[in-house]
Design a protein around this ligand. Structure first.
Ligand code: SF4
Ligand code: MG
Length: 328
């Protein structure tokens, strides 16, 4: 079955005062209709740039993006318009996507008006329905964004993304600004909505613990590249890449009886303008081999649907007996 989203060899570069930043450095991934791909990594690893490129908010430097088999990589505004309904985005800060002076009923209605969906009465009914779908009372549609809490504003942003029945929603850190109990509510809402309406999510977060709630598959990004890609339970139970292992160790444990410091990942993220040669994780990797400083490991399949870019799992490791499995 053809993928809903198919990204192949994607590069995103920014020209900045400090030089050329290679934010996304040859990423390939695909996402089936109705599925969730979690995209995880530290801030600055290129995941938001990847999300924005998929949404075609920025134009990639190279590679292709196909949505339902249609190459949208270089479409201009007019060419993108018919596809815009099919993909939507939810951001960390819902304030950013909501006009502060606009009543939220109007914000929800705008996409329906722009796409001339149904009669005015049908659009008003659709706004009511959207409010209910995200667990808000329709009477609140007359209020302005500042009259809602952060969690409610995120519900409104989700309702707005739902308005046109998209096939794909790119969620960029949608719960990162919320406290833990609200995070769970929003994640449950996203999961319920997916079950009811069958849209796919590209779910971006710096927090692997959050991604694990929703994702069918997880892609781990480091300095612009995918270093591991696997079904959720493989990532959790048998992470192959030392960076993935470090992200798992960094998940805070909430049980107060077993308080543990979230294990910070050793060392700082290298300067992204001058990524280390070889495996770009070698400056922080506790398992680095001499070859890691010289050769960049390719992303290769190491198990069913499980891909990793690490010499511990490649030809350079020599014998299969040297393959390391991290045990949790
Ligand atoms: Fe560590 Fe080497 Fe694997 Fe990179 S390739 S993650 S440095 S062991
Ligand atoms: Mg980001």
């Amino acid at each position: 079955r053809a993928a809903l989203l198919d990204v192949d060899g994607l590069h995103v570069r920014y020209r900045t005062r400090r030089g050329l930043l290679h934010a996304v450095d040859g990423v390939s991934l695909s996402l089936q209709a109705g599925q969730t791909l979690g995209l995880v990594g530290e801030s600055g690893c290129g995941k938001s740039s990847l999300g924005k490129a998929v949404m075609r908010l920025i134009e990639p430097a190279a590679g292709t993006i196909r949505l339902d088999g249609v190459d949208i990589t270089h479409l201009g505004p007019a060419g993108l318009r018919p596809h815009r309904r099919r993909f939507q985005m939810v951001f960390q800060d819902p304030g950013g996507s909501l006009d502060p002076r606009q009543r939220i009923g109007r914000s929800l209605r705008t996409p329906l008006d722009l796409h001339r969906l149904g009669t005015p009465a049908q659009r008003a009914e659709r706004v009511r329905e959207l409010m209910l779908q995200v667990g808000l009372r329709p009477e609140l549609a007359d209020r302005q964004p500042h009259e809602f809490s952060g969690g409610q504003r995120q519900r409104i942003a989700i309702a707005r993304a739902l308005a046109l029945n998209p096939a794909l929603i790119v969620c960029d850190e949608p719960v990162s600004a919320l406290d833990v109990s609200l995070q769970a509510q929003i994640l449950n809402l996203l999961s319920d909505l997916q079950q009811r309406y069958g849209m796919a999510y590209l779910f971006i977060s710096h927090d692997l613990g959050v991604v694990q709630h929703l994702a069918d598959r997880v892609a781990v990004m480091y300095l612009g590249r995918i270093v591991e890609l696997a079904p959720r339970e493989r990532i959790w139970r048998s992470p192959a890449h030392p960076y993935t292992q470090a992200l798992i160790d960094a998940i805070p444990v909430m049980d107060p009886r077993h308080e543990r410091n979230a294990g910070a990942i050793h060392g700082d993220l290298p300067n992204p303008f001058q990524p280390p040669a070889g495996c770009s994780f070698h400056t922080r990797c506790p398992h680095a081999l001499p070859v890691c400083r010289e050769q960049a490991p390719a992303l290769r399949e190491i198990g069913p649907g499980h891909h990793a870019a690490c010499h511990l799992h490649g030809e350079a490791a020599g014998h299969a007996s040297q393959i390391v499995h991290f045990v949790r």
